[in-house]
Design a protein around this ligand. Structure first.
Ligand code: SF4
Length: 500
């Protein structure tokens, strides 16, 4: 009997990759995925505990399903990922209709756990299924075996061209050793473990063989990658980049996230500079501009050291595109300290910054160590002020792009499609309204507004055929807005080049 699976993913790219691997495993066991959870036999939520908002959505989804089992007794409801690991069996007390909990470090067991729940007639097996790292998470004896199993999960992905879109993620490290005081990841994903380089290289190469055009390497602190082969040989992150670039010479784009500002060796920057198919883009969260707050966050660097790193990256690649994260309203943050964040944004000229208001996160060190003493209205004000500063920087960056020609990975139809189209005349700032467009010469030729990203991760909107989605095209940038570049399609394929 075919069974249907509904899987909803919250949070970061690491969770998206985990979900993809879970889907591959369950499809191999005969499951079909569905977008309609009311039709599903198995409902899984792959959860995130970093942001309160994502967490509230999961609680709300689980609450909605409180009575569903009365009409569908064989239904399996599972919580997987970071919330399962952090909250454990407390979830059963709050939501007795949940059947299964599986942490991110135990996902290799998930298919077996679902099988265990579904093998007794049309009713569920009475025992709930639980797989969590818990206190084992940092014990070396069990860690090695756990990671061998997770390695098999990573290796189980499909390389069929029909299963792969133009973009794919490949994990190179798992877990994190940094213990930033506001973050729960080291507790939910366990210690940092680095995958064997040969497995990573083979995975990227096979994805490129399957037609993938852009691979993003994933790690919580990706530049810390350093694989000890156990025979005296070490593969550093820079060496790994060079090796992937050479082995997957038919892959047009290679990028990586997330970088940690400390311990970023010159060799990796050199690899970015030397290898034309590695995108010159770094997402390297600063989090704050005040040394005192950075210390309370346990980030392990000063603002000056962060700025020095940015200077070093720019010295290697003057055209590099940079993005950052900031937390405003961290406990005890003064207004003067907050102002330092603005200075970091102005000096670093980030392409964009993800700005968050601090909130108490269960399971973190900060929740036990600091009082959340910055009032919500002050957090909101600081958040808006920092967004304004970043918007000014974005606006300036984007204006400088006008007149340039860029390679764009087409990701889909633009959300702006029904409202505005780019002017086709000579003025860079021209906007034609949708109605005007209908009356223009080529109004009878159906056109669509597409959206994609440059090698530097800037969003570009332009008119084109929807068949271009999932392809690399070349676009002339004709005008800019704060968050978006607008352009005109030059041609729908281009040779591989470096730069933005
Ligand atoms: S580096 Fe800090 S913020 Fe990033 S995952 Fe590790 S503990 Fe969390």
């Amino acid at each position: 009997m075919r069974r249907t699976l509904y899987l909803e993913t919250f949070g970061c790219q690491m969770n998206e990759l985990d979900s993809e691997l879970v889907l591959t495993q369950l499809r191999a066991r005969g499951y079909e995925s569905t977008d309609d959870r009311q039709q599903a036999d198995v409902i899984l939520y792959n959860t995130c505990s970093v942001r309160e908002h994502a967490e509230q959505k999961v609680w709300s989804r689980l609450g909605e399903m409180r009575n569903w089992k009365q009409t569908k007794p064989h239904l399996v409801i599972g919580v997987i990922g970071c919330m399962a690991e952090r909250d454990g069996t407390n979830i059963f007390q709050r939501f007795p209709h949940v059947d299964l909990l599986c942490g991110p470090g135990e996902l290799d067991k998930l298919a077996m756990m679902i099988d265990n729940l579904t093998t007794v007639g049309n009713q569920l097996h009475s025992e709930r299924q639980v797989a969590l790292m818990g206190s084992r998470s940092r014990r070396s004896s069990t860690l090695a075996a756990a990671h061998d199993n997770l390695e098999l999960l990573d290796l189980s992905r499909s390389f069929s061209p029909t299963d792969n879109a133009a973009q794919a993620y490949v994990r190179i490290t798992r877990g994190c050793n940094k213990f930033c005081t506001y973050c729960v990841v080291p507790y939910t994903r366990g210690p940092e473990v680095h995958r064997p380089p040969e497995n990573i290289i083979e995975e990227v190469r096979r994805l490129a063989d399957a037609g993938v055009l852009e691979v993003t390497l994933l790690g919580q602190t990706i530049n810390h990658y350093r694989y000890d082969h156990g025979d005296g040989r070490i593969t550093t992150f820079g060496q790994l980049l060079y090796q992937i670039h050479e082995a997957a010479s038919h892959l047009p784009r290679l990028r990586f996230v997330t970088s940690f500002p400390r311990d970023f060796e010159d060799e990796a920057l050199q690899a970015m500079r030397d290898c034309p198919r590695i995108c010159r883009y770094l997402h390297v969260p600063a989090q704050h501009g005040s040394d005192r707050i950075l210390k309370l966050m346990n980030r392990g660097y000063t603002a000056e050291q962060y700025l020095q790193f940015i200077g070093r990256a720019r010295a290697y690649m003057p055209d590099i595109s940079l993005a950052s994260d900031f937390i405003v309203g961290f406990p005890t943050e003064t207004d003067q300290e907050f102002q330092t964040c603005k200075e970091v944004i102005r000096q670093c000229r980030f392409k964009n910054s993800f700005i968050f208001k601090y909130s108490l996160r269960p399971g973190t060190t900060a929740i036990t160590r600091f009082e959340d003493d910055v009032p919500p209205e002050v957090k909101k004000q600081r958040n808006n002020e920092l967004l304004d500063v970043q918007a000014q920087v974005c606006d300036q960056n984007n204006r400088e792009m006008v007149g340039r020609q860029v390679e764009v990975m087409v990701e889909g139809q633009s959300k702006l499609a029904s409202r505005w189209v780019a002017g086709s005349g000579n003025g860079n700032q021209v906007e034609l309204g949708w109605e005007k467009r209908q009356k223009s010469q080529d109004a009878d030729q159906p056109k669509f507004q597409l959206s994609g990203r440059t090698r530097g991760d800037q969003i570009v909107v332009f008119d084109g055929d929807p068949a271009l989605v999932g392809q690399l095209v070349e676009v002339d940038i004709t005008r800019s807005k704060t968050l978006t570049l607008f352009g005109r399609l030059t041609r729908d394929r281009r040779p591989v080049t470096a730069g933005v």
